[in-house]
Write a protein that binds this ligand. Structure first.
Ligand SMILES: C[S@@+](CC[C@H](N)C(=O)[O-])C[C@H]1O[C@@H](n2cnc3c(N)ncnc32)[C@H](O)[C@@H]1O
Length: 187
């Protein structure tokens, strides 16, 4: 799968699902990873990996006994990911992101330490956006982190409704430039 052209193809096919015309840059990947303490992360959840730019970074950083549950709804991306990621720590899930808890239970895992999300919340129907945010919060342990990028601050109020602590970073070195929300579950 040629990454940039196939990404654009998937965007034209399913604009609101894919939500971007190109994979994220390494600058955005660095910013997404910046506040994650991988030494304390046994269970990581990734929502919307696309071609796997963040998945690769996470795998380089996560410890040997950690696991990652990767949710991708798009058929082409999912199929391609099954060829790229053979690491036994990776559980690829071809289902929608709001079903985190169902899959944690299926794998005998009680909670997640980190949720990394690339979902295009700003173009999601409100019901799906809120379901994903609520499911992410519920799945996290206390002091766990939810890290989400967005191309605008439109979703700020919705993220703040759910997470007690939210900080925002920005990088101009991405197409389009992006904001990164790092959120904590405090209670
Ligand atoms: C903006 S792209 C990000 C892709 C990649 N992480 C990156 O940064 O280059 C959003 C991704 O979320 C996926 N997606 C959209 N809705 C989803 C859902 N409900 N559940 C799981 N994945 C979803 C899309 O198929 C797409 O791969």
């Amino acid at each position: 799968m040629k990454k940039k052209s196939s990404f654009l193809q998937q965007f034209w096919k399913q604009k609101k699902m894919v939500g971007a015309m190109a994979p994220s840059s390494r600058f955005l990947a660095n910013l997404m990873m910046k506040n994650i303490d991988f030494t304390k992360a046994d269970v990581i959840v990734e929502l919307g990996p696309g071609t796997g730019v963040f998945t690769k970074r996470i795998l380089e950083k996560m410890h040997p006994n950690a696991v990652i549950l990767v949710f991708e709804l798009n058929d082409e991306f999912f199929y391609s990911l099954t060829h790229i990621f053979k690491d036994p720590r990776v559980h690829l899930i071809h289902d929608s992101a709001e079903k985190i808890e169902h899959y944690l239970t299926k794998l005998n895992l009680s909670q997640a330490d980190i949720v990394v999300s690339s979902l295009p919340l700003a173009v999601f129907p409100p019901q799906l956006r809120d379901a994903v945010l609520d499911a992410s919060y519920k799945s996290l342990r206390v002091n766990g982190n939810y890290v989400q990028f967005q191309y605008s601050l439109t979703s700020k109020k919705h993220i703040k409704r759910v997470f007690e602590k939210v900080s925002i970073d920005f990088t101009p070195f991405n197409f389009p430039p992006a904001f990164v929300y790092t959120c904590s579950k405090e209670n």
